[in-house]
Structure formats: structure tokens, C-alpha cells
Design a protein around this ligand. Structure first.
Ligand SMILES: Cc1cc2nc3c(=O)[nH]c(=O)nc-3n(C[C@H](O)[C@H](O)[C@H](O)COP(=O)(O)OP(=O)(O)OC[C@H]3O[C@@H](n4cnc5c(N)ncnc54)[C@H](O)[C@@H]3O)c2cc1C
Length: 337
């Protein structure tokens, strides 16, 4: 049932584990409940945010507005043919529990995205990706409620305008649609992507290459690299890998021989933000309770009592030094609120 809470602590709702209070917190379980709420309260010109699992957010202060938290769950089969199934998944299902469910049901397409924290509803927002796979490859439609018109709307994959860690929901339609369900097309036949990162190497330890073992291998690699937010507050990669023009990348490569780079297309090259930050000597640095992870320069952490501004200050200092040394602008992947 829907409920409106006041002066509500968001500490448990963000993986940085930062204490911040929301003036209002509205949780709902159906489309009808949110449509009814929006008809009674026209919020479009007020301060509000849509909150999933809070694993890609940084609260920099108390939130003097309304937090909308959809709690819509369930996995439904919409369509099935010889090669694939079309599934409709509620926005508050845990992303990784859905991946586990798919793997256990021999469905291919999202196994490489194992152990990414967060909810289904946020997965299209930044087009989550890992190990050579992006969620856009399996999304058929995104269902949402328009905050402005209060109508239910369906976005086809093309209308989502997916790009690297990006979509229309981070740009033109930022904060304008509450995603309620995502429809995924998963394959029944083997279609594995093993060439990225250390997957193939890790799989050598298993006697068979199958969905379950790929999931296990990816979980093992991720656990060895990334801190568990339950133990050490963080929001995964804090910055996006910057994309620069090829000419700029070639100049940098001539100057810094070991610099990793990945061709995006004929004119653009992606650089590794973690490497750039590490070269500026940030890895493992700690200022009070805000710090840069000891093994992953791309991950900022809260050792306990850092507030959002401590983390933001550290992020800005890192950006300045990367700009100074490499002339490269780092963009935040995490949303600062
Ligand atoms: C340890 C760790 C590792 C990570 N690894 C990866 C990785 O490998 N790849 C990757 O892509 N990301 C990664 N992330 C980032 C994060 O997991 C994803 O961005 C995830 O999709 C966020 O989900 P969430 O439910 O926590 O979203 P939130 O943090 O709650 O929200 C993120 C954004 O989506 C919006 N949003 C959330 N729910 C909805 C909704 N229902 N309707 C409309 N808008 C909504 C919010 O307003 C906000 O702008 C990692 C994070 C952590 C902590």
C-alpha cells in the first residue's frame, strides 16, 4: 500500500551510507497509486527525485523535497518463441536477483552483468554495462508514468536513445518519467561474450563453460576488485571513462606510453578514468572518512562518517588534478543530489 512519510532517513537507501533526511518520502506499489498521488499533488514544479536502490547517488545534504520510491515487483512472461522470451519485470526487483533468476532458467544475455547493485528500474537510466555487455542489448521496451501528464507511456528501445552509460532518461527526460517496468528479451540459445576482461582466464578454473559458471566467474572477479557497499560505503565507479578525440589520445599516448586506451570509432578514443586518477597519485588516499579505494582509483569510499560534501570535494579535487596533468575532463557517473 502507498505511504507518505515525513522527515525520513535515507541512510539505508544509498550505498554510500550517507545520512540525509528527505522532507517527504512517498512509496507506492502500483501504477494506479502513483497516478492517483500525482493527480492530487501536481509536483512538476517542486523539488523531487526518483529513488531506486541508491547505488548511483550521492546525497550532499538533507533533501528538502519529495523522494518518490516505486516499490513495484514481479517477473511476468509476455511472449515466447523458439529462440527467446520477453519478460516484464517490476522496477523494484533487485537487478542481480533477476540475473540469477535468468541464469537459473537458462536464459542468455545478462549473465555478464552479474553483481551490479541496484534495481531494475534504474538499469535503463544509465544503460548499465560491464564485461562487454550493455543492458540496451536486451531491453525491448521501458514502461513509465509521465510526471507531467500522469499517463502511462511505453518507450521502445530506440526511443530510449541508449548510449555509453547514458539514455534519454538522463537527458531530455531526466526526472520526468517514473520507470515502472522494463521488458527484456532474453535468448534461449547460447550466445556468450567471453572476450572481455579476465573472464576467459577465470573460466579456466571451471570444467565447463556454461551460464552458471560464467556468473560465478564474474562474481569472483568483481568481488576481488570492488568493495562491497555493505562493508564499505561506495557507489561503484564514481567517474565515467572519458571519451576524447583520437588526435588528443594519440598525443597523450606519445607522452604516456603505458596509457590504456580503447578505440570507440574512427575519430574517438576512450581512456581509463581509473588509470588517469592513479597517475595523479590518488589511489588509497584518505581525508577524514572520505577516500579513494586502495585497489580501485575509480571508486570513492565512505569509511563511516563522511558526508556528501566531503566526497564531492574529494571528487572535485581529483577532477582538477586530472585536468591539470592530462588536460582531460572527468565526468561524474554518480548523480550528486
Ligand atoms: C559496488 C558498485 C558497483 C557498480 N558497478 C556497476 C557496473 O559495473 N556497471 C554499471 O553500469 N553500474 C555500476 N554501478 C552503478 C549502479 O549499480 C547502477 O547505476 C544501478 O543501475 C543503479 O541502480 P539503483 O536502483 O541503485 O539506482 P539509484 O542510485 O537509486 O538511481 C540512479 C538514477 O536512476 C534514477 N532512477 C532510479 N530508479 C528509477 C525509476 N524507477 N524511474 C526513473 N528513474 C529512476 C534516479 O533518479 C537516478 O538518477 C555500481 C555501483 C556500485 C555501488
Amino acid at each position: 500500500m502507498a505511504q507518505l512519510l515525513e522527515n525520513y532517513s535515507l541512510k539505508k537507501h544509498n550505498t554510500f551510507g550517507i545520512e540525509a533526511k528527505a522532507k517527504y518520502f512517498f512509496e507506492f506499489e502500483t501504477e494506479a497509486e502513483i497516478q492517483d498521488f500525482l493527480k492530487k499533488n501536481d509536483i512538476i514544479d517542486t523539488q523531487y527525485i526518483i529513488l531506486g536502490g541508491g547505488s548511483n547517488l550521492l546525497f550532499t545534504e538533507d533533501f528538502d523535497g519529495l523522494v518518490l520510491h516505486p516499490n513495484i515487483t514481479g517477473i511476468e512472461l509476455l511472449d515466447e518463441d523458439e529462440d527467446s522470451v520477453l519478460l516484464r519485470v517490476g522496477c523494484n526487483e533487485e537487478w542481480d536477483e533477476f540475473v540469477e533468476w535468468a541464469v537459473n532458467n537458462d536464459l542468455y544475455g545478462i549473465e555478464n552483468l552479474s553483481l551490479i547493485p541496484g534495481k531494475i528500474g534504474a538499469s535503463p537510466v544509465q544503460n548499465i554495462g560491464a564485461y562487454g555487455v550493455e543492458v540496451r542489448e536486451v531491453i525491448e521496451n521501458v514502461e513509465a508514468i509521465s510526471i507531467e501528464s500522469k499517463d502511462a507511456v511505453i518507450f521502445s528501445n530506440a526511443r530510449c536513445e541508449f548510449d555509453y552509460r547514458n539514455s534519454v532518461f538522463k537527458n531530455e527526460y531526466k526526472n520526468l518519467f517514473i520507470i515502472t517496468h522494463v521488458q527484456f528479451r532474453l535468448k534461449k540459445k547460447s550466445d556468450l561474450k567471453l572476450q572481455y576482461g579476465a573472464i576467459s582466464k577465470e573460466l579456466e578454473a571451471y570444467d565447463e563453460i556454461n551460464l552458471k559458471n560464467i556468473r560465478k566467474a564474474i562474481i569472483k572477479i568483481r568481488e576481488s576488485k570492488l568493495p562491497d557497499p555493505e562493508e564499505l560505503g561506495n557507489a561503484g565507479s564514481f567517474f565515467k571513462n572519458p571519451i576524447v578525440d583520437k588526435e588528443k589520445a594519440d598525443k597523450l599516448k606519445a607522452q604516456f606510453e603505458n596509457m590504456p586506451s580503447y578505440e570507440v570509432n574512427d575519430s574517438e578514443t576512450k581512456l581509463a578514468a581509473g588509470w588517469l586518477i592513479e597517475q595523479c597519485d590518488w589511489k588509497g588516499k584518505r581525508f577524514g572518512d572520505a577516500g579513494v579505494h586502495k585497489d580501485q582509483a575509480l571508486v570513492l569510499v565512505n569509511y563511516g562518517n563522511a558526508n556528501g560534501n566531503d566526497i564531492l570535494k574529494l571528487a572535485n579535487d581529483i577532477r582538477k588534478s586530472v585536468m591539470f596533468k592530462f588536460g582531460v575532463k572527468l565526468e561524474m557517473e554518480v548523480n550528486a543530489i
